[in-house]
Design a protein around this ligand. Structure first.
Ligand SMILES: [Zn+2]
Length: 301
């Protein structure tokens, strides 16, 4: 065996750094290196600086809903490729890759659940499936969740983590913006609450439609939220942009969102809001008395 071949064999037996298992998590904000258990115990929030790390759909559902209460709905909806779209890869291949990676068929997971005992319809976007993009299946899942919410007189929570509309579906994708907005109007006509939770990142056609139509719009700290990317805006208007202008904190200061809530307080805040907006005021007041409400004061009631 030639020495070069020997080296080649040796190299192939070693996992690449990206494949190697690691139990250490590096915070993107303060660069601290921490044992993964320490970060997990803090709901994937950096214990040193409070930076909210991105979490997957399973973890999000586990953190937000009551144990074993989540029942997935519409899991059988599968994206099609009506335009036979090909960019660097075919759309079919991208869907297949997303499915292999996540073991699911779309970037939105829909279901029924209880949040601190409040029965609710929920949609959670999965950024690891084609950047959490909004296609026909995702739009349809939202519309069906709204219909279930109306039938059962429940509220709706949508957790967004998305790069925007799915360009591979072109107009079919853009139509989901108006389709979901129309469905949410119907929910509003029935006086049922819709809470929109914006997580890092929420961009493009998602932020420009259902994500910003919530009765209450909550964001996680430090989340990137906007329509166009910073570089595109800078090139278009030819001016320097303010520091952090697409972060939750900036948007709260400028009135675009209602509140920023730490991950550790999200479940309680959302259940309080659902109770309050569904006129379950007695139960809501009980919760307040138990000192469990953090964000709504007595005079709101
Ligand atoms: Zn940190």
């Amino acid at each position: 065996m030639k020495f070069g071949d020997f080296l080649g064999n040796f190299r192939r037996t070693q996992p690449s750094p990206s494949e190697a298992p690691t139990h250490w998590v590096k915070c993107k904000s303060c660069q601290s290196l921490m044992y993964y258990k320490e970060v997990e115990n803090q709901l994937n929030v950096c214990p040193k600086c409070g930076f909210h790390l991105r979490i997957n759909v399973e973890t999000r559902i586990k953190q937000l809903t009551d144990e074993s209460s989540f029942i997935e709905m519409d899991a059988n909806l599968i994206p099609v490729d009506p335009l036979k779209f090909v960019d660097k890869k075919s759309y079919k291949k991208r869907i297949q890759e997303g499915q292999n990676r996540t073991k699911r068929t779309s970037s939105a997971i829909a279901g029924e659940c209880e949040i601190d005992g409040v029965k609710t319809q929920i949609i959670v976007f999965d950024f690891s499936f084609m950047g959490g993009s909004l296609g026909s299946v995702e739009g349809e899942k939202i519309v069906r969740a709204v219909k279930r919410a109306i039938d059962k007189e429940q509220g709706l929570v949508i957790v967004s983590a998305s790069g925007g509309a799915r360009m591979q579906e072109s107009t079919f994708s853009l139509l989901q913006m108006s389709k979901t907005a129309a469905a949410l109007k119907e929910l509003s006509n029935h006086k049922l609450p819709y809470i929109s939770l914006l997580t890092d990142p929420t961009m493009g056609g998602v932020s420009a439609s259902f994500a910003w139509l919530g009765d209450i719009i909550i964001a996680e700290p430090g989340a990137l939220i906007g329509f166009a990317g910073q570089r595109v805006i800078k090139q278009t208007i030819g001016a320097e942009l303010p520091e952090g202008f697409q972060k939750s904190e900036f948007l709260l200061d400028h009135g675009l969102i209602d509140m920023i809530v730490k991950r550790s307080e999200l479940k309680q805040t959302i259940s309080n809001m659902l109770r309050f907006l569904q006129n379950d005021k007695d139960s809501f007041k009980l919760k307040l008395k138990a000192n469990l409400a953090h964000h709504v004061t007595e005079d709101v009631i």
